[in-house]
Design a protein around this ligand. Sequence first.
Ligand SMILES: NC(=O)C1=CN([C@@H]2O[C@H](COP(=O)(O)OP(=O)(O)OC[C@H]3O[C@@H](n4cnc5c(N)ncnc54)[C@H](OP(=O)(O)O)[C@@H]3O)[C@@H](O)[C@H]2O)[C@@H](O)CC1
Ligand SMILES: [K+]
Length: 244
Amino acid sequence: MTALKVVSSKFASEIDQELMGSKVGFTLQQLMELAGFSVAQTIQREYPLEQNKNKNEVLIIVGPGNNGGDGLVCARHLKLFGYNPIVYYPIRSKRTPFYGQLVNQLEFFQVPILTEEQSTKWVDYLKPEKTLCIVDAIFGFSFKPPIREPFGSIVAEMHKVEDKIPIVAVDIPTGWDVDEGPVAEPHTTPRVLVSLTVPKPCSKFIKPERTAHYVGGRFIPNHFAEKYGFEPFPYQGTDQVLKL
Ligand SMILES: NC(=O)C1=CN([C@@H]2O[C@H](COP(=O)(O)OP(=O)(O)OC[C@H]3O[C@@H](n4cnc5c(N)ncnc54)[C@H](OP(=O)(O)O)[C@@H]3O)[C@@H](O)[C@H]2O)[C@@H](O)CC1
Ligand SMILES: [K+]
């Protein structure tokens, strides 16, 4: 593999704003659907049901921002793929009504959603005999350490089991500084990282022998990638993800 192409947190949020600005006109809903779909596709690649006959539960831990929204979308696609997703969504943001619509869709798909009141129960899913993998959709590129509660305690629990249950991190491993990597505690070390649009600088700190790295969120044309200083990724055919 050639040198990893990355963009800083500042550029990542500029890319987001430009894609959703008046000139390009994507909606958050469109991008989030493709982002969440690509995470679900990555899970299907790394943990295919055919090779995990006795386990199909995936615990998706959802944060209050758009990274969390990607997790909600991912859960719906996993259900369609034949997995048994369980969502833990301790703080439901009202930033946009869209998050509520994603929750309604999960209820329609009969995906269980654990709430804050059930917070003692979410840890029941941190059992290797039960859970195939954990999706870390807590924080993405807008996270600023130090981590606040309840997420500090949640990440500490995830860290305890990360050698037994693989963590799939959406865009940024939660607890990592977007540019500096795993400099603060607590943080998790994922088995799989799905960078969205383009990897952020923290992805340089993943160890390839420990963490598989994918890029997903296939929604930009080549000239746009080049404008932001990275080569377009060579996605194959209709794939939504590319293993780096
Ligand atoms: N183009 C793309 O690639 C697309 C990217 N997408 C996805 O969006 C993600 C970025 O989403 P985002 O900007 O909403 O921010 P995100 O990281 O989810 O967190 C913000 C929340 O976290 C909170 N918070 C922050 N620090 C905290 C702390 N220390 N402790 C506790 N809380 C803290 C903060 O709270 P506040 O500080 O505002 O009170 C706010 O509620 C990106 O990584 C990708 O996954 C796709 O969906 C669409 C297309
Ligand atoms: K994350």
